[in-house]
Design a protein around this ligand. Sequence first.
Ligand code: NDP
Length: 242
Amino acid sequence: MKYALVTGGSRGIGKAVCLELAKQGFYVLINYKSNTAEAENTLSLIKAENGNGELLPFDVSKSEDIKAAIAKWKTNNADKYISVLVNNAGIRKDNLLPMMADDEWTSVIDTNLHSFFHVTRQLATDMLINKYGRIVNIVSLSGLKGLPGQTNYSAAKAGVIGATKALAQELAKKKVTVNAVAPGFIKTDMTEDLDEKELKRMIPANRFGKPEEVAATVAFLVSDGAAYITGEVISVNGGLYT
Ligand code: NDP
C-alpha cells in the first residue's frame, strides 16, 4: 500500500485529487482545516469505490499544527511512509494593493506559500531515505503571469513555483520528483464569486475547467511514467495563458 497526503482534500481540486489517487490504489490522507463534514464525504466517496484513506486535519498555515499532526501519524504508522505529497490547500483574499490589509497579505502568504515549506519539510526526508517520492504543488496562472487584485496570491504562487524548481534539483538524484500544476479558472467554491459567463469569453476553451481535469494531471505526475519529469510547471487552463 502506498500513502498519499493531499492538503485541502475536503473540497474542490483537492477532493478530486483524493478520489483520483484512491482510484490509482493509494491510501489517501485527507487533510483539511475545519470542514469535517466535507472531508468525511470525500472519504466515503473513496470507500464507495473500494478505496481507502483517513482524515488528517491540520491548519497548513500553522507550522506547529503541521508538525504535531504528521508526527502523530508517523508514530502510529512507524512501518509506513508517505511517498506522495500534493500541496493543494489554498485561499485567496483579493484586494488592490493600496487597500490591502495586513491580514489579507499574511494569511494568503502563510496558507499558500509558507505551508509548502512546513508540510514538505516533514515528509521529504522519508522520501529521500526510501529513494522514492512525488511532490506536486498546486500553483496558479496567477503565479505565472500575475493578476491585478492578487498581489498577495500571485506572490505566494510564484514563490511556490520558484521553490518547486529549486527543490526538484535538490531531490532528483534520490528519485524524488517535484512538480507544479497551474490551473486557470476551475469551478470550485473558490471561484464561486466569479462571473463565469463574463470570464469564459477570454478562455480559448470557452469554459471554466473541472477539478477532475486538474486531478488527472496530478495523477500523471505521480505515476511511474512521469519519473523523468521534475521541476516542471504544467498549466491546466483551457489555453488561457500563452
Ligand atoms: P476550495 O476553496 O474549493 O477548497 C480549498 C481547500 O483547501 C479546502 O479543502 C479547505 O479546507 C482547504 N484549506 C484552506 N485553508 C486551509 C488551511 N489553512 N489548512 C488546511 N486546509 C485548508 O479551493 P480550490 O479547490 O479551488 O483550490 C485548490 C488549490 O488550487 C488552491 O491552492 C488554489 O489556490 C489553487 N487554484 C485554484 C483555482 C480555481 O480556479 N479554483 C485556480 C488556480 C489555482 P476546509 O474545507 O476545511 O475549509
